[in-house]
Design a protein around this ligand. Structure first.
Ligand code: TXA
Ligand code: MG
Length: 349
């Protein structure tokens, strides 16, 4: 049990005194949740085995799932690697600070717990002013996974972190909602051909415009078949069962036995009993959609709904990361046809 201090901080102009408090907590080997432009991270000194172990304990994260190391500048990233290929310079120059994580050969200067004993290290330079100020103040490599219990939805607000991790970490910096709302894109540069390991906030096509095609083995396959150690099933999932549905599933929302959530793109104007449905209408623009998605799922997850139905996102490239997260969050054990039958006929699902 830890005592969790919570400090408010301005997202655009973080107060130096608050940053110094957080930097001291990190230097002491303790755990600080802080905002990044994507989601809140749970940070610890990446050079300290004990500090990093604290992250795994607080999250209940399996030790075979490596962490992303956050740095203040490109030189600090290079200092963690055994090789820094030309492509890394190109991508770091084009997209850092920003929501891109690069996997590179490690020189083992961070704790083995960070890399899960592997030969590579994942690195990113975040853009959020609070994250940048914190990294500049400590000048430490900061290991930080998303600040949620393992397997749960990533946090886009301090409230989400508090709900999951209060009493398990030392400090939370509350800077309000994170601007992008979906995790960074992970690109592996450790072998001959660059690979997209996790689609994310930075659209893959934008990266390909700089370095050419990314191998996409594993992306949008079933999680159990994915190669990246972190791509375990039941990632990013709310506690309420979530199902992806198509526009044709209108019969699903009539005759509802109990209240359900519906997450739609654009207007949800089907005939329905509004008392039985909590409707969330999200933007047709994937950037706006991503910004709100986790926040709305967190909110729906607090409402004791029977299930959450989410309209299947478009097939276009800009929706790839959203499709990836939603398919991981969804129940895929049976066809939705079967589910709709259950939903309509069985009240004690
Ligand atoms: O936007 C983000 O990336 C956020 C913020 C806090 O930076 N962090 C985040 O961390 O999403 P996490 O731990 O929730 O996800 C990191 C992903 C996992 O899928 C992990 O397996 C993968 O990156 N990863 C980390 N190190 C790796 C490595 N050396 N090789 C391959 N995959 C790695
Ligand atoms: Mg995570």
């Amino acid at each position: 049990m830890r005592v969790t201090q919570i400090l408010g901080i301005d997202p655009a102009f973080p107060h130096p005194e608050t940053i110094e408090i957080a930097a001291t907590v990190l230097r002491d080997g303790k755990l600080v949740a802080f905002p990044t432009e994507t989601v809140y991270g749970l940070g610890a000194n990446a050079r300290s085995e004990a500090a990093v172990r604290g992250i795994f304990e607080a999250k209940g994260r399996p030790s075979n799932n490596p962490l992303i190391v956050h740095v203040a500048q490109i030189a600090d990233a290079i200092a963690l690697t055994a090789q820094w290929p030309e492509m890394a310079t190109k991508l770091a120059t084009a997209f850092w600070p920003g929501p891109l994580t690069l996997v590179l050969p490690s020189n083992r200067s961070v704790s083995d717990m960070v890399t899960a004993g592997g030969t590579t290290v994942a690195i990113r330079m975040p853009a959020h002013p609070v994250a940048r100020a914190l990294l500049q103040a400590t000048r430490l490599p900061i290991a930080a996974p998303s600040a949620n219990r393992s397997g749960q939805l990533s946090p886009t607000r301090a409230e989400h972190v508090i709900r999951d991790l209060q009493g398990r970490i030392d400090l939370i910096l509350d800077a309000g909602p994170t601007p992008e709302g979906i995790e960074s894109t992970v690109v592996d540069l450790s072998s001959d051909r660059p690979r997209l390991l996790r689609p994310g906030s930075l659209v893959a096509g934008t990266i390909e415009a700089i370095i050419g095609p990314l191998e996409r083995v594993g992306v949008e396959e079933r999680p159990s078949e994915l190669k990246s150690p972190g791509m375990l099933s039941q990632h990013y999932a709310p506690r309420t069962p979530l199902y992806l549905v198509s526009k044709e599933m209108r019969e699903l929302t009539s005759n509802l036995p109990e209240k359900i959530g519906v997450v739609w793109i654009g207007r949800f104007d089907w005939p329905h009993d509004s008392r039985k449905i909590e409707v969330v209408e999200l933007s047709e623009d994937p950037i706006d959609y991503a910004r709100r998605l986790y926040d709305e799922l967190h909110r729906l997850d607090q409402m004791n709904l029977k299930m959450i139905l989410v309209l299947h996102p478009p097939e276009r490239e800009e929706w790839l990361a959203i499709r990836d997260r939603l398919s991981r969050a969804s129940h895929r054990d049976a066809g939705i046809e079967a589910k709709s039958q259950i939903l309509l006929k069985n009240t004690d699902l």
